[in-house]
Design a protein around this ligand. Sequence first.
Ligand code: ADP
Ligand code: MG
Length: 238
Amino acid sequence: MLEIHNLSVQIGEKKILNQISLAFELGKNYCILGKNGSGKSSLAMTLMGHPTYTITEGELSLDGEHLTTLSPDERAKRGIFLAFQHIPEIPGIKLFEFLKGTYDVAQGHTTTFLAFKTLIEPLLEELKLSKEFLRRDLNVGFSGGERRKFEILQIKLLRPKRILLDEIDSGLDVDAFKVVASRLAELNSQENTFIVITHIFSILERLPIDEVIIMKEGTIAKKGWKELVEQVKQNGFE
Ligand code: ADP
Ligand code: MG
């Protein structure tokens, strides 16, 4: 269980999240909706441990262990994964080294170059990515589709258990989105939890969702499921 208990967050002096409590059960999937600026990305960033977001109140825990004092890499090692809304480009870091590095850290030992190549190449093939793709710099000049495929590649490789997806539908055309959503649906299992932040509802048709959470002005406005989605579709967030 990934739990958020009475969480309040500030950036500098600005209050961003206000007394949020949520619980994400392993094996279930969640969808977070809300207007722009309602705090969805801030919640995801805080769960991952981004240093800009200062916790002023409350606790985060994973299977009973406090997360608040853990660095982002320690949280990642415990199986939390975040696909950013705005993906940073990092020139000079090659995808191959990045993937092998994160894989080695997750495994707790160094894999040989050859063993890693044998592992990664079938995954590339499944996503219709060429081997040359791994020679590129991290996220530099990626198309919307390539960015999302790269995230799916990381999920396939690292098998994180709690997967936060922040508006991964942005920057994708309808067809590319269908491919991405189907790939994610294939990865869905009783062993993981997807927490999907989205503006468009089509992902809900592909990935089974157990609970919909609506955020408003840094708080949880409502929780529910189908009926909430229908209400938002018809009337917006008001
Ligand atoms: P959402 O993802 O729901 O659109 P965000 O979490 O991005 O909302 O933003 C919530 C609030 O926090 C907004 O008022 C936004 O301007 C503010 N905010 C987010 N990131 C920063 C930042 N790095 N510096 C200052 N304010 C920020
Ligand atoms: Mg956002």
